[in-house]
Design a protein around this ligand. Structure first.
Ligand SMILES: [Zn+2]
Length: 314
């Protein structure tokens, strides 16, 4: 067993573990402080925040099971009131997310339906992308949304596309708190190769999945119950081994420079339509930071980009 994580934000971690005697490995993810931009007052209505919390927890969960050097993105698109959920995480553990939704259709869906996933997202798909920079191959997995929760949809993806028996259990705090755990997810996966064979292996998998299913949302979200202790409670009879926890944090990669580049990629005439009081304001969808550009800033920006493109064409 490893020592409890003592990072700056002790509630934001991904904890890998293995239960060899059952032929399974897993991850426990908990998110506290890193959910602040999602649960910030006034940012998202409750049902959207709840979906985004789950998206963030699943993103951290899936990424922590991969070896990569770059950015892992989980993108969920649907034709329902919530049309987009996106979260990404760097290999350093910097996590961010945002959602797009139609407020009127959302209100409608919450009053006239059960408010479950199929009614909020509708028909759609989830896509996983690993971007390791230019000159590398992008990995992408894509699957239809099948299930009543995002955790269920993700587990279905593993079963169908990767032929990997998987159980994922997620929980989110309602209402979220400032200092607690606001989102959590537990994943247990059958190891492709273990010392168990045939019916023994199937029996062990059933036991592992059954035990995972006994974890309660309260336990997953209980900041006073260390991740190691939670895993011990579940699997101590079978000898669980937890590895080093990886610290996670909210961090956005936006900057004035990046926003400038995006603006410069639009035709100047479109930018003209964006002026309010002689300035163009751009808000980062991930973190909410506002960048304001005065007319003189944009004059400089466009003369620079025209200069650069004429040099490229030369
Ligand atoms: Zn940002």
């Amino acid at each position: 067993m490893t020592e409890p994580n003592t990072s700056e934000f002790p509630n934001d971690v991904a904890l890998p573990f293995q239960v060899e005697s059952l032929g399974v490995r897993g991850r426990l993810v908990r998110l506290g402080n890193s959910t602040e931009p999602v649960v910030r007052a006034g940012r998202y209505p409750e049902p959207v925040a709840a979906l985004l919390l789950e998206t963030q927890a699943l993103t951290a969960l899936l990424a922590s099971a991969l070896k990569y050097d770059g950015i892992f993105t989980l993108q969920i698109q649907g034709d329902g009131p919530v049309s987009l959920l996106v979260a990404d995480i760097t290999s350093e553990g910097d996590l961010r997310s945002y959602a797009k939704f139609d407020p009127v259709a959302l209100d409608d869906a919450m009053t006239s339906t059960d408010g479950l996933l199929p009614h909020l997202l509708g028909a759609g798909h989830m896509a996983f992308t690993v971007d390791q920079g230019p000159d590398t191959e992008r990995y992408q997995g894509i699957t239809e949304l099948m299930g009543t929760t995002l955790a269920e949809c993700t587990a279905n993806y593993f079963r169908q596309s990767e032929q990997l028996d998987t159980v994922i259990i997620s929980a989110k705090a309602s209402p979220p708190s400032r200092d607690g755990v606001n989102a959590a997810a537990l994943m247990v996966q059958r190891l492709p190769a273990s010392s168990l064979e045939g019916e023994d292996a199937n029996e062990a998998w059933r036991e592992a999945a059954l035990l995972a299913g006994t974890v309660s949302p309260e336990e997953l979200l209980n900041a006073d119950l260390a991740g190691n202790d939670l895993l011990f409670n579940l699997y101590h009879e079978r000898g669980v081994r937890a590895f080093d926890a990886k610290p996670l944090r909210h961090a956005c990669r936006c900057s004035r420079g990046r926003v400038s580049k995006t603006l410069a990629s639009f035709p100047r005439t479109e930018i003209e339509d964006m002026y309010i009081d002689d300035a163009v304001a751009v808000t980062c969808e991930y973190c909410g930071t506002e960048y304001a550009f005065q007319r003189t800033d944009l004059d400089v920006l466009f003369s620079e980009s025209e200069h650069a493109s004429s040099e490229n064409n030369a």
